[in-house]
Write a protein that binds this ligand. Sequence first.
Ligand code: HEC
Length: 167
Amino acid sequence: MSPALLNRQWEETMPAVPTLKTLFLPVLLAMSACSPQQADPASPEGQRQALFNQFLQHSEPMGGMLQGRLAFDGPAFAQHAEQLVQLADVPWTHFSAPDSENPQPNQALPAVWSDAEGFTARIAQYQSAVAALQQITAQGVDAPEQVASAMQTVQQACKACHDGYRR
Ligand code: HEC
């Protein structure tokens, strides 16, 4: 295609762009206004979701250090483990039965309530995995090998619960 022809085609398509933009912009705005639904931070859903996000804020860099995405920093790893222990008791107090008067976006499966015993067992599994990890980190860590297996057990405990109790 000659440059002149290309140029002409460009000029022909240009006016179409603002038209498309004006057409789609309101649609995009409407989507962003209602799509990422947030639970009311004061609701049980909002409170537990904030706590689970803190779980992630600590476990994510720990995983990163073990996968080599982040430089291994023993004291930082130990601090994250300490925080996971501190947090391991808290989200569960925010699982009161869903309030049909005030529904909030959430990903908890009904099994949390219909299989309360199984859910409690997953909580216990997670808490003991975190405690075992902290027993190691409390001694001081300087190599990933010292904590890799205990951290894997923690991550498996997150996943085991999500598999059965989270959408
Ligand atoms: C005993 C069960 C259980 C364990 C253990 C558990 N979770 Fe969850 N997690 C849930 C449930 C249930 C939800 C859905 C909560 C909701 O939507 O209200 C959830 C939601 C989350 C969310 C989404 C929060 C949001 O903003 O909606 C993240 C992130 C998360 N968990 C991370 C973790 C990590 C990381 C671990 C381990 C370090 C972990 N969870 C351990 C049950 C568990």
